[in-house]
Ligand binder design. Structure first.
Ligand SMILES: [Zn+2]
Length: 101
């Protein structure tokens, strides 16, 4: 197993849920949604811990930071420039002339 594009795998298999303390958190691969600026990013097969009792979701910290690193390279970010059309101003009359010596 040495795929270049696999998510970092969380270490343990399951742990008790700290929300309902009755269920167990199991590793599932879900589709993770996040906003990147004004763009909705969809990440399929994202590792998340899901409680089998209350359904609480917890994302793996390493996977999150890994994803954040992937999504936030400053390069490739679309730069939006305000359209600024340089237009010649109205013809200026009555310009104060510098005094001539
Ligand atoms: Zn729970």
């Amino acid at each position: 197993m040495n795929h270049p594009q696999t998510f970092p795998a969380p270490s343990s298999n399951s742990f008790p849920c700290n929300e309902c303390s009755a269920g167990m958190m199991h590793l599932r691969h879900i589709t993770y949604f996040t906003w990147l600026g004004d763009e909705l990013i969809m990440v399929p097969n994202f590792p998340a811990w899901v409680c089998d009792m209350c359904g609480k979701r917890e994302f793996d910290e390493r996977a999150i930071s890994w994803l954040t690193m992937l999504l936030n390279p400053n390069a490739g970010k679309p730069t939006r420039r305000p359209k600024r059309t340089p237009r010649p101003g109205p013809a200026k009359r009555n310009l104060p002339r510098p005094p001539l010596d």
